[in-house]
Design a protein around this ligand. Structure first.
Ligand SMILES: C[S@@+](CC[C@H](N)C(=O)[O-])C[C@H]1O[C@@H](n2cnc3c(N)ncnc32)[C@H](O)[C@@H]1O
Length: 229
C-alpha cells in the first residue's frame, strides 16, 4: 500500500532583523515577516496593540499562538514591570516542544532563563492557566477562532493568522463579529494585514478601523476599535 508522507517543516530561518522564524509546509507561509520577526511583532502587536490600550492590567487574546513570539514579547514587558497580563492564545495546530526548543526564541531575545518556563507553558494542557512568573498568566486553548464563544472579556486581540490568501476562512465578517463580541468596549484588534477586503469585513462587524504605518517591509497595518454604539 502506498503511503503519503506530508512535507516536513524546515528548521528555523533567520529574518532580516536577525531574529528567527519557521515556515509551515502545511500552509505554505512563514510564521512571521521575513523583513524581521521581532520588529514586526513589536510594531504591530505590542506598540499598536497592547500599548495603545493604556491600561496596566490587560486581558490579551491572541489568534494563532504559533511559535509564541508575541507571548514572549508581552511576557518580557510584564517582567520589566510595565503590565500585568492575562494572556489567552488560540492554537488548534500547536508546534512540538522539539520545534520550539530548536527555535530558541528566549536566547534570541537575550532572556535565556525563560526558555524552560516558556517551553513548559507552551506545551501545557490546553485550557489550564499557567502562572509562570513576573505578572503574566497564560493559557492556550485549542479552540479554532471560528468557535470562540466569549463576551466582553479582552482588552486587546493580537490577530496573527496566516494571510487571507492562505487561510481566507480566518478573515471573514463572521470571525470579526466573534472578535467584536469578545472585546470590551474601547478594546482593540490589531493585525499586520491591511487588505481592503479585510478592512471592510471588520467594519461590517461593527469596528471603527484605522490604517496605521506598517512594520518594515509593509506600508500599512490595521487597528480596529470597539467603540461605544
Ligand atoms: C502567522 S502564524 C502565528 C504566528 C505566531 N503569532 C508567532 O508569534 O509565532 C498563524 C497561526 O494560526 C494558527 N491557526 C490556523 N488555523 C487557526 C484557527 N482556525 N484558529 C486559530 N489559529 C489558527 C496556525 O496554526 C498558526 O500557528
Amino acid at each position: 500500500m502506498e503511503t503519503t508522507i506530508p512535507p516536513a517543516d524546515p528548521g528555523p530561518l533567520r529574518t532580516a532583523d536577525g531574529s528567527l522564524t519557521l515556515r509551515s509546509a502545511q500552509w505554505g507561509e512563514h510564521y512571521h515577516s521575513m523583513h524581521g520577526a521581532v520588529q514586526e511583532s513589536t510594531h504591530v502587536f505590542i506598540k499598536a496593540g497592547a500599548e495603545a490600550v493604556q491600561k496596566q492590567e490587560l486581558d490579551v487574546l491572541e489568534v494563532g499562538l504559533g511559535t509564541g513570539l508575541n507571548l514572549l514579547l508581552t511576557w518580557v514587558r510584564c517582567l520589566e514591570g510595565k503590565w500585568t497580563v492575562r494572556y489567552t492564545a488560540l492554537e488548534p495546530f500547536p508546534l512540538s516542544k522539539e520545534q520550539l526548543d530548536e527555535l530558541g526564541h528566549c536566547d534570541e531575545l537575550a532572556w535565556p532563563g525563560l526558555h524552560e518556563p516558556f517551553l513548559a507553558s507552551m506545551t501545557a494542557t490546553p485550557g489550564e492557566w499557567q502562572q509562570p512568573m513576573g505578572g503574566l498568566a497564560f493559557r492556550r486553548l485549542d479552540t479554532p477562532v471560528q468557535e470562540l464563544d466569549e463576551a466582553e472579556r479582552y482588552d486587546v486581540v493580537y490577530f496573527d493568522a496566516f494571510s487571507p490568501g492562505a487561510q481566507p476562512e480566518m478573515w471573514t465578517t463572521a470571525v470579526f463579529q466573534l472578535m467584536y463580541r469578545a472585546l470590551r468596549t474601547g478594546g482593540v484588534l490589531v493585525t499586520y494585514c491591511a487588505k481592503g477586503d479585510v478592512r471592510r469585513a471588520m467594519q461590517a462587524a461593527g469596528f471603527k478601523v484605522e490604517r496605521l504605518p506598517g512594520p518594515p517591509g509593509k506600508r500599512e497595518m490595521l487597528r480596529a476599535t470597539k467603540v461605544p454604539q
